[in-house]
Design a protein around this ligand. Structure first.
Ligand SMILES: [Zn+2]
Length: 106
């Protein structure tokens, strides 16, 4: 089972990359499973951000900065979930790559 952060990243990939149409049914099932792992407010926020920013709705923090708008993210930031933050400037969801294990693109 994936944790909230991995679930969100997976959900994001499924939402923006729209993988193989033939597997639409399996994809929907996976989307639903990811959503179950996440608090509803994060699912809603993600949906809204994808509408606004598309693929860059969820971006990693790099060098202490949001990679969407390049403002620095305070180290005292409060996390939404383990390793997951919201940018104060642009509102994008940010994740700490060091908290993401080999699940991504495995
Ligand atoms: Zn930002």
């Amino acid at each position: 089972m994936l944790g909230p952060l991995e679930s969100l990243i997976r959900l994001h990939e499924l939402t923006v990359d729209k993988p193989d149409v033939k597997n639409r049914r399996r994809m929907r099932a996976e989307v639903d499973r990811c959503k179950l792992e996440l608090p509803p407010e994060i699912v809603d926020r993600h949906e809204y951000l994808v509408g606004r920013y598309g693929k860059s709705a969820l971006v990693p923090i790099k060098g202490g900065c949001c990679t969407g708008c390049y403002i620095s993210v305070p180290s005292s930031r409060e996390s939404l979930e383990e390793g997951l933050y919201a940018c104060e400037q642009c509102g994008r969801l940010l994740f700490d790559e060091s908290k993401v294990f080999d699940l991504i693109h495995a």
